[in-house]
Design a protein around this ligand. Structure first.
Ligand code: FE
Length: 180
């Protein structure tokens, strides 16, 4: 009897406080993935990784960092690193590495190039996301319809970019993290 009353109360309370943002509420936290061997700390702060004469197809990666309660996270660190068009990482310098902080709406936007392929992996970006004073989420982002996705044991369909051509190739991804 008590249990039934309690669960009724809980269900009613839950429904009353649930915000009408099912896409976010359903998503859960963004899955973590291995950083791989090529992460380097202290990347430069910048919103474009493109450089004069750099090979590769331009792409914009943009989206929002939200908490698991669907609130935008301002001032979150978003640190990208990736292979160049030939599939090589710059391990001496900081080519194709850079970090930025989300704006007041929790948004980030990165101008870069489509990463090249290297043996054993499908096409991917690496990224670390860290809300202020919270743990780092390390993960990777993938391309839809990429033939290598099926053969890559690390690939996760939850981490696929929403890819469009809006003048320039644009991939959207919203990170959902543990934050206030
Ligand atoms: Fe990689």
């Amino acid at each position: 009897m008590l249990a039934a009353a309690a669960s009724w109360y809980f269900a009613k309370g839950f429904a009353a406080t649930l915000e009408p943002t099912p896409a976010c509420a359903d998503a859960g936290a963004t899955p973590a993935q291995t950083p791989g061997p090529f992460f380097k700390p202290r990347s430069p702060e910048r919103k474009s990784l493109r450089e004069a004469g750099m090979e590769g197809t331009p792409i914009v990666i943009e989206g929002q960092v939200r908490s698991t309660r669907c609130k935008p996270v301002a001032g979150a660190l978003v640190d990208f690193w990736q292979a160049d068009a030939k599939g090589n990482y710059d391990n001496e310098g900081f080519r194709l590495r850079g970090h930025q902080y989300t704006d007041d709406s929790g948004r980030y936007r990165l101008e870069t190039i489509v990463p090249g392929l290297y043996p054993g992996r499908t096409r991917h970006f690496h990224v670390r996301v860290q809300p202020p004073n919270r743990a780092v989420l390390t993960t990777q982002l993938y391309f839809p319809g990429e033939p290598g996705n099926k053969r890559d044991g690390i690939f996760n369909p939850k981490l696929v970019l929403d890819l469009r051509e809006i003048g320039v190739k644009t991939g959207r991804f919203d990170f959902v993290v543990e934050a206030a």
